[in-house]
Design a protein around this ligand. Sequence first.
Ligand code: SAH
Length: 242
Amino acid sequence: MADLYVVGTGPGEYEKMTMEARDVLSACEVIAGYKVYVELLRQHFPDKEYIVTGMTEETKRCRLALEAAESRRTAMVCSGDAGVYGMAGLLLEMGQDYPQVDIQVVAGVTAALSGSAVLGAPLGNDFAVISLSDLLTPWDKIQLRLKNAAASDFAICLYNPASSKRRDYLKRACGLIMEYQPPDTVCGYVKNIGRKGQEQRILTLRELAEAEADMFTTVFVGNSQTRCIGGRMVTPRGYKLK
Ligand code: SAH
């Protein structure tokens, strides 16, 4: 049986990768991935063969990785966790045509978790994770999920809050959430988590609607209990303080 590992490498910095991910990458001969993430890895694993593909070439990347895995131990890398808006699912689907390749998924630290650590503890109670990208999910369904999450008082973590083609999506999402949550709800965002240029801000939902997000931003919308405590965003679990 040939091995193909699909590895979440965490938010960016080498130190934020799990030890399991690091050990698996060390043991592989070939590493396949999107070019931005591969560049972050190359200096730490210089002796590997790299398969580098572009942003919209996900199926090609999977096929090349599956083919490489037939003869050499191969890893396909994703940022964060490979199963969260990542390639693990697609690879498992396409892997049905490669029964001789054994696919193993190696967990990574997803942006919701690395970003929440930067802000404090915004996800301390039940939360929903919603991507604002309508490339693969219709906008109607995204709107419904936003409304239901806000109506249920979930803290909400937003991935893919904006791109050059979707400049006003964060504003639209905030507008929908404001139908259920007050405009002074505590929110935050982190740009470039664990990478050069990391930047964070805590702000109100009303201010968030006017904020500039990009495709390297993860956004946190608090629930009705979320507070700003000493400059940190905290969603209490509900412990009673005397
Ligand atoms: N598999 C990734 C998510 C890919 S979707 C994970 O588990 O983290 C891409 C979105 O993830 C981005 O638009 C952004 O919202 C978020 N993201 C991923 N890495 C990030 C980082 N280093 N800093 C900020 N946001 C990040």
